[in-house]
Design a protein around this ligand. Structure first.
Ligand code: SF4
Length: 210
């Protein structure tokens, strides 16, 4: 169908020749987690048996579904395959058989065993970009976040319904500079969301009393 393009490891393509690719879902491996459908609903669907299938796909062999796609859908197919926790989705170049996923789940490498630890007195440091206060409003189903800049001036108010939309917005706006601070925000915002749903008292930095 299409001209072949060279696949690069960063998921982009170069050259002018395009190709056909086979996206395949092995329904025996699928655990119905639904990440593929959430990411690319135009291609993937979790059916009544709680297994993924491909829209307009054809049944192949024993409980597999396959679909031929061109370059336009290749990136999304690869993305869906990479988030599948049970490696149920494969993507291959139809002409060459090349596996388009640069992942190697079957290859075993030495696994590090790491004990988690954190000493807030020694390890905590102020984010040079500033800090946040978080307040849930259960009656409105909203969480309001106030962002104070490095000079402790209120610089932004961010309002949302879920932790996910709030921390992604905060990251997109460039209001955090450290991974640790971003992780802290995610954790606090998730607590605030649970507090709204369960009608619990939320106090920033304190554990929820469940
Ligand atoms: S992400 Fe994988 S396990 Fe989850 S529904 Fe899709 S194919 Fe199945």
């Amino acid at each position: 169908m299409s001209l072949f393009k060279k696949h690069l490891s960063n998921g982009s393509f170069s050259g002018s020749i395009m190709a056909d690719y086979e996206v395949r879902v092995d329904r025996k491996k699928c655990i119905g987690a639904g990440f593929c459908e959430k990411l690319v609903p135009r291609m993937f669907k979790v059916d009544a048996k709680n297994r993924a299938t491909l829209n307009n796909g054809v049944v192949v062999g024993d409980e597999a579904v396959a679909l031929t796609v061109g370059d336009t859908d290749l990136k999304d197919s690869v993305m869906a395959a990479k988030v599948c926790p049970s490696y149920a989705i494969s993507v291959a170049n139809k002409a060459t058989g090349e596996n388009m996923l640069d992942i190697e789940p079957e290859m075993h490498i030495p696994v590090k065993m790491i004990d988690a630890h954190y000493d807030s007195m020694k390890e905590w440091s102020m984010d040079p970009l500033g800090f946040f206060t978080i307040k849930p409003f259960p009656d409105e189903g909203l969480i309001r976040v106030r962002y104070y800049n490095a000079k402790h001036q209120l610089a932004a108010e961010i309002e949302g319904k879920t932790a996910e939309e709030l921390y992604n917005t905060i990251c997109r706006e460039g209001l955090v500079s450290g991974l640790s601070h971003a992780a802290y925000l995610g954790s606090e915002l998730q607590k605030a969301e649970i507090a709204i749903k369960k009608r619990l008292l939320y106090v920033q930095d304190d554990p929820l009393k469940i």
